[in-house]
Structure formats: structure tokens, C-alpha cells
Design a protein around this ligand. Structure first.
Ligand SMILES: Nc1ncnc2c1ncn2[C@@H]1O[C@H](COP(=O)(O)OP(=O)(O)OP(=O)(O)O)[C@@H](O)[C@H]1O
Ligand SMILES: [Mg+2]
Length: 327
């Protein structure tokens, strides 16, 4: 059993032995809500029904000094995503970080279980609950009667040892994007932003070459095979967000895959959804005790990078980032 301390809160990986405590929290939490029509089936949970879920999918119990304060149950009915059910906080203890601590550990659990994201249902009659999830970047994806489904895609970071690996990663990203998508690339001079864009352009089969834009701020590479064009923007020389407006990207972003180097803090205004790709240079490539590179297959200039990819906005909710980009 793993316990995780967070502001004196214990978030416990719950098993069937916690069923009684969890049913109690669920009943108190759901019982304190406004009356809903139809009522939530949470009130029908029993120690047996909860123990059965804990036995298979698991759940979390939050305690402070041994006092139960919050709980949730996991739902494993979808292979690629972890479901959260019966998210409950003691009604006398709302807004004390219990729910946030639980959600943080739930997201770690989804990652540990190899999931791409998280889903859950929220009743449309509960605006505070809707706001709670929206603030944590969960987005509504569908509605069935009074139940709104919210989803979140998990971010990822991975090592990229060589420029070829950067091309490979970009090629995998290419399988996930479509016309209208926006990618914002960050990283120091020479980090590999253009190298990434070249890999993306090759995989999207657009007319090349994709180079470092110098005088031109934005270049459009038409597709050679009926797919979306690639619009490659270098915002390094832009004075500010207003100048991004001047190059009139709005006209193209509907159909194109748009990649903006140095666009962090600027390009986001173009769309409610974007993918941020951050490239960090992490030291030299591995060497043996004599200073000889361990992998002599690797080209001279290869230096490991760490690439962090984070989804922003509703567009990415059903996109399998981790399983496609980490495999
Ligand atoms: N692991 C790696 N991934 C990507 N590029 C690498 C890696 N190792 C070495 N390189 C080299 O680093 C250089 C990256 O240059 P690139 O033009 O892609 O960077 P950039 O981030 O676009 O720079 P700028 O800020 O000037 O636009 C290339 O010469 C590439 O071969
Ligand atoms: Mg560049």
C-alpha cells in the first residue's frame, strides 16, 4: 500500500479493506449535494459494491491523521483511459485541498497504468463541480442526458538522443495531427525546433525543403499527397503578439498544420487548442570513462534532448499522445 504525503494528507491506494470508510465518505459527500433528478446512483453504493470495484479497478482514500476525508473509485472499463467515479469529499471539509490532492494522485495512477488520459462524468446541474474540473484542464467532450463527460489527455516527456530520433518523434506526431492544428515549439537556439519541423514535414509529405525561416516569417509547404499543408512560422524576430496578427495566420490556420518556433506566449491566441513541444538540451551524449562516446553508431553532432509535449485545449482530449509517442 503506497501512501503519499501532501500537506499532511495521506492519499492511500485503496483496497477492499477500505470499502466501509469509502462508502461512508461517498454517502456523506453525495448526500450533502442538492437534490438531483434523477438522483445519483452513488447513494446506492454498498460496502460490497465498493469492495468489488476496489478489488479490480482500485480507488483512492484520503486521510488526515487516520480520519477519512475523501475518496474516489477508478473505472477500468476503457483500455486506454482511466475513469474516475464517485469523487467524494467530506462535506464539512470542502475546499481544503483534499480533492486536488486526490486528482493529482489519480493522474499519476493513470500514467503508471500506461493510460493516455482520464475521463469522468459530471452532472450538468453542478456548476461548482464543473468549474473544479475545468480549472484542472479537463474539457467537456460529450453529454448524455444530465451527464457531461469530461476528459483530459496526459502530457509526456521523453529522451531524444539523436537528430534521427527527433525526426522519428515528429513523424509519430504527424500521425496524430490534422488540418487546423497548432504546434508551439520552444527551446534555446539550436535546440532542434527546425529539426523537429523537418521531420514533421517529411512525414506529412509536404513540398520541401523545410529550413530555418530567415527573412520570411512564415512559409507554407503544400501537401504533395492531398493532406494538409504545413505552415512554418519563426516568431523569433517578431516584436510581439500584434505582429503575429500582421502575418495573417488566421487565414491559413483552418486547413493547415501550423508550427510556430519561438511562439510560446504568442501563438496561443490563434486557437483555443494547441500542442506545446519544449526541447531541452541535456548535457553531452554518454561517454565511457575514457571520454569515448558509448554509442559510436551515433553521428558526431548528436546530443541528447529531452522533449516535453503538453496538450492544451479540447482538441487533444481523445488524442493518444503517450501511447503513440512513448512506445
Ligand atoms: N538529439 C537531437 N535532436 C535534434 N537535433 C539535434 C540533436 N542532437 C544534435 N542535434 C543538432 O542540433 C541542431 C538543431 O538545430 P535546429 O535548427 O533544429 O535548432 P532550432 O531549435 O530550430 O534553432 P533556432 O532557435 O536557431 O531556430 C541540428 O544541427 C541537429 O543536427
Ligand atoms: Mg529553427
Amino acid at each position: 500500500m503506497v501512501g503519499l504525503r501532501s500537506r499532511a494528507l495521506d492519499v492511500i491506494d485503496a483496497g477492499p479493506e477500505h470499502a466501509e470508510a469509502i462508502v461512508d465518505i461517498i454517502r456523506r459527500s453525495f448526500g450533502a449535494r442538492q437534490a438531483l433528478d434523477p438522483p445519483s446512483s452513488a447513494m446506492d453504493e454498498t460496502p460490497e459494491s465498493v469492495a468489488a470495484v476496489l478489488e479490480t479497478a482500485g480507488g483512492l482514500l484520503v486521510e488526515r491523521r487516520g480520519e477519512p476525508m475523501g475518496a474516489l473509485l477508478f473505472d477500468e472499463s476503457r483500455p486506454d483511459k482511466l475513469g474516475l467515479r464517485r469523487v467524494s469529499v467530506d462535506p464539512d471539509l470542502q475546499a481544503r485541498g483534499v480533492a486536488s490532492a486526490m486528482v493529482g494522485v489519480a493522474e499519476d495512477t493513470a500514467e503508471e497504468r500506461g493510460k493516455d488520459g482520464i475521463w469522468l462524468h459530471v452532472r450538468e446541474e453542478l456548476p461548482d463541480t464543473i468549474q473544479f474540473w475545468a480549472r484542472r484542464k479537463y474539457y467537456p467532450v460529450s453529454q448524455d442526458g444530465p451527464l457531461i463527460e469530461f476528459g483530459k489527455t496526459l502530457w509526456l516527456a521523453r529522451e531524444v538522443p539523436t537528430p534521427e530520433d527527433m525526426h522519428d518523434l515528429a513523424g509519430r506526431v504527424a500521425t496524430l495531427v490534422r488540418g487546423g492544428d497548432l504546434l508551439v515549439l520552444s527551446g534555446d537556439l539550436g535546440a532542434g525546433k527546425t529539426t523537429f519541423t523537418q521531420g514533421l514535414g517529411a512525414a506529412l509529405d509536404v513540398r520541401g525543403p523545410v529550413t530555418s525561416p530567415t527573412f520570411v516569417l512564415a512559409r507554407t509547404h503544400p501537401s504533395l499527397s492531398g493532406g494538409p499543408p504545413l505552415v512554418h512560422v519563426d516568431a523569433y524576430r517578431l516584436g510581439g503578439p500584434e505582429e503575429l496578427d500582421d502575418i495573417d495566420l488566421d487565414a491559413t490556420t483552418d486547413e493547415a498544420v501550423t508550427v510556430v518556433e519561438w511562439g510560446a506566449g504568442m501563438a496561443e491566441q490563434l486557437s483555443d487548442s494547441w500542442l506545446s513541444v519544449t526541447i531541452e538540451v541535456r548535457g553531452a551524449r554518454p561517454v565511457d570513462p575514457l571520454g569515448t562516446p558509448v554509442d559510436d553508431e551515433v553521428a558526431e553532432d548528436a546530443e541528447p534532448r529531452v522533449v516535453t509535449i503538453k496538450p492544451h485545449g479540447p482538441r487533444w482530449v481523445h488524442v493518444p499522445l503517450r501511447s503513440t509517442l512513448l512506445a
